[in-house]
Design a protein around this ligand. Structure first.
Ligand code: S3P
Length: 163
């Protein structure tokens, strides 16, 4: 079976959904951010601070293309769809699930978050970023699952019934 790639904005629940899917399917779960940290030996904030976003995006593309295209569940970083080459790669290689979450819900979930450099960058308009990215998530998605007001179990059941 093709690997499942979870895409969506920061705070859409990709990591939690991946972990729950692991319990239900016994498949290997990977996370592109975690793979980047392991490969390059820096945390995500350190990469943004020391190397900049463009370098982070290069790392992210390289990691994505080395993920196993069969039998795994892969949570991706919220910006994975920024690069056209990544969108093309995902469309060709993955079963892609877009977790769609509203702006209000994302704000509620990330209110105290300190770990995400883009979320914590006051000069970035995050609502605009969500609006700009949404068509790109949809472009790569085989399945769209809305997450507002749903328990984790319900989201996972929706995914399992559609793959
Ligand atoms: C990013 C999202 C983060 C991480 C990095 C950049 C983004 O992942 O890859 O901070 O550009 O939206 P999550 O979506 O898991 O927070």
């Amino acid at each position: 079976m093709q690997s499942i790639y979870l895409v969506g904005f920061m705070g859409s629940g990709k990591t939690s959904v991946a972990e729950k899917l692991k319990e239900e399917t016994n498949k290997i779960v990977l996370d592109t951010d975690q793979l980047i940290v392991e490969e390059y030996g820096l945390t995500i904030p350190e990469i943004f601070e020391q190397k900049g976003e463009a370098v982070f995006r290069e790392y992210e593309s390289s990691i994505l293309k080395n993920t196993p295209v069969h039998d795994a569940i892969i949570a991706t970083g919220g910006g994975i769809i920024e690069k056209e080459e990544n969108r093309k790669w995902l469309k060709e290689n993955g079963k892609v699930i877009f977790l769609q979450t509203s702006w209000d819900e994302i704000n509620r979930r990330l209110i105290d978050d300190q770990s995400r450099p883009i979320w914590n960058n006051q000069s970035r308009d995050k609502q605009k970023l969500l609006n700009d990215r949404t068509p790109k998530y949809k472009e790569v998605a085989d399945i769209v699952v809305t997450t507002d007001g749903k328990e984790l179990e319900m989201i996972v059941n929706e995914i399992l019934s559609q793959i």
